[in-house]
Write a protein that binds this ligand. Sequence first.
Ligand SMILES: [Zn+2]
Length: 318
Amino acid sequence: MLCNREIETMTRAEMTKLQTSKLQKTVKWLQEKSTFYQEKLDKLGVRPDELELADLTGLPFTTREDLAGHYPYGLLTFPLSAVVRMHTTGEAVPVAVAYTSGDIGKWLEMLARSLVAGGLNPTSVLQIAAGYGLSPEGFGLHYAAEVIGATVIPAGDLEPLEQLKQIEDFGVTFLAASAGQLLQLAEAARQAGIDLQALPVSTVYAIRTQVETGLTAQLAELFRADVIEIYGVNELIGPGIAGGCPARNGLHIQEDYFYPEIIDPVTGVLKAEGEFGELVLTSLGKEAMPVLRYRTGQLAALEHAPCSCGRTLVRLRV
Ligand SMILES: [Zn+2]
């Protein structure tokens, strides 16, 4: 099932055209509105209207330190009156991310694509075990699932045993939580002698901020359920930048909203298709805090070959 057929099955030529146009607008906006990027871009003599995707390699990277150093409002390109929500990464040195209502809409669209890829539909009962708070997971999942029309059980504040009872009481068919919370649930069930595999859950969404192999298979075995990973970089936007599909063949990047590059983590030079390196993301269309070439610190490779699920969006492999 596809959430946005036009975008998710776009030809490469159409996607490149869309990305180029969004990149030009983003850079133009930053040149006009961002004190952080203005000087850097002007020094390089960047002319947004002439930018091609390949020219990104000539633009500066943005690091976590850059974002944390401007906490909480330093990178806003809109007045605070246009910001409808703030989330943070929740660490000791946090990064704050501001959302206009337009940004919220874009985020929910990205997240909904991954939820639909896992089969969520209006007949589904989805329990959200992820936290609702400054961290973006719970609120993002909640509203994206409501847009799809699923029945949502907001259970982020419950202890693991209460979560398990709730799953039974409500006949929960879809469960969403961070990967760590899912493992905690499984351990709580084991200790209490509850048969996890007898629960009605058929699909589990595992929210990740780190990409690594092996966890999907482990969760699939523990819950005897389909597992769809949803990857996010909370320094940029909530979860949903990339998500799994029924083909289990890497995570499709929502590349109409975030343009990915893979670089050599030491030299910063662009890697070729299929080569592993550091994932770098540029926001395309983010309004309140657009970011150029953010270094995620995650090692991955990109694959453009067609996926058997029908999506043409580039896949992130780890
Ligand atoms: Zn696929």
